[in-house]
Design a protein around this ligand. Structure first.
Ligand code: UT7
Length: 336
């Protein structure tokens, strides 16, 4: 059976840097609280009305991944695009990416809605298509524009200081080499906690005309909600479980991981997992300090930077893991 390898990585973040001190001007928060509770120093926000959108940022990350893979756009057979913040309610950004990258062929484009786990779910989909031989080369993109939808007042501070905008992408390709590339992926969900981290409206049960008619600025269902403590406790538990599952499935132990790239939800979560797994600092990659939580973009963005910095080398055992809204959680083990 064929294996799927990542042959190119790329990322893009908007130029506009929003420091914790900038948020102090908008809401009752402070740099010390944000750094102590989350590790975040700054994040990127798009400039409203500018050229950056979820799809255009995804396209920029994709172009870098395609270039690093040393292939042409038209070598790609299929697109998988993960986001919770699409340009439009529908269609999803996959088709926009197909248009923006200038494909000659009318290749398929799939949109994935699994929030913070979206990239690993997408990687898993690409892996299955490649393993079965349906596609040879698949582009997987994660991109988010959170900034436009956050409640930038004190009311929303528990969420809005955490999230940032950005994009990451990988090119995956079939290889005959066994034991190389994606070794396994592990996907989970627990829908009973759907409302613990969610953006409820607009919903098909309460559609836009009702919203316009009510015109109620206190209707916070139009902003993301997170039960922070509850999400934190579940994240810590599920991260450990799903990483353990990936290791067991491949008969590896934690000390054999060369690089763990966790979804960048909170530096404290990453550090807790690192401690539990007894991993040294140089085997866990974090960049939440500079970008905040970029949801589906966070893992490919971190992976791309880790590759760029020479921290991921050929033959390394790489572990990706994510937890987030749904709840959904996932892991992937990759022999680079
Ligand atoms: O990516 C998806 C997965 N996401 C996660 O895994 C995130 C999980 N949760 C978290 O990262 C943390 O729970 C948060 C960073 C969201 C919050 O940290 P916490 O240590 O759980 O703080 P808390 O919610 O318990 O709030 C502590 C205090 C509260 O004040 P009182 O009630 O103690 O007076 C909050 O009102 O901090 C207050 N607070 C803030 N203060 C300053 C909440 N947000 C802020 C803020 N600035 N931005």
């Amino acid at each position: 059976m064929k294996q799927a390898r990542i042959i190119g990585t790329g990322h893009y973040v908007p130029e506009n840097v929003v420091k914790n001190a900038d948020l102090e001007k908008l809401m009752d928060t402070n740099d010390a609280w944000i750094q102590e509770r989350t590790g975040i120093k700054e994040r990127r926000h798009i400039v409203p009305g500018g050229e950056d959108t979820t799809s255009t940022m995804g396209a920029k990350a994709a172009r870098m991944a395609i270039q690093n893979a040393g292939i042409a756009v038209d070598d790609i057979d299929f697109i998988v695009f993960a986001t919770l913040s699409p340009d439009y309610y529908f269609p999803g950004p996959g088709v926009m990416l197909q248009q923006q990258l200038g494909f000659r062929e009318e290749i398929g484009a799939l949109d994935v809605r699994n929030q913070c786990s979206g990239f690993i779910y997408s990687l898993s989909i690409a892996d299955q298509f490649i393993k079965t031989g349906m596609y040879k080369t698949v582009l997987v993109v994660g991109s988010e524009v959170h900034s436009g939808g956050l409640d930038m007042t004190t009311r929303g501070r528990g969420v809005s200081v955490i999230f940032g905008d950005g994009a990451g992408a990988v090119v995956m390709q079939a290889t005959e080499e066994q034991g190389r590339g994606v070794l396994s992926t592990h996907l989970h969900s627990e829908g009973q906690h759907a409302e613990e981290l969610a953006l409820i409206a607009p919903a098909t049960t309460d559609w836009i005309p009702n919203y316009i008619e009510r015109n109620d600025p206190e209707d916070i269902r139009y902003y993301p909600y997170m039960n922070g403590n509850f999400v934190f406790k579940n994240a810590v538990m599920r991260f450990q479980q799903v990483i353990g599952e990936a290791l067991t499935a491949n008969a590896y132990s934690a000390d054999q991981i060369d690089m763990l790239i966790p979804h960048q939800a909170n530096l404290r979560i990453s550090q807790f997992i690192q401690k539990q797994m007894n991993l040294p600092d140089d085997r866990v990659f974090n960049n939440i300090q500079r970008y905040g939580n970029t949801t589906a973009a966070s893992i490919p963005l971190a992976l791309s930077e880790a590759v760029q910095e020479g921290k991921v080398k050929e033959g390394d055992l790489i572990c990706l893991a994510a937890f987030g809204s749904g709840f959904t959680w996932a892991s992937a083990l990759i022999r680079w």
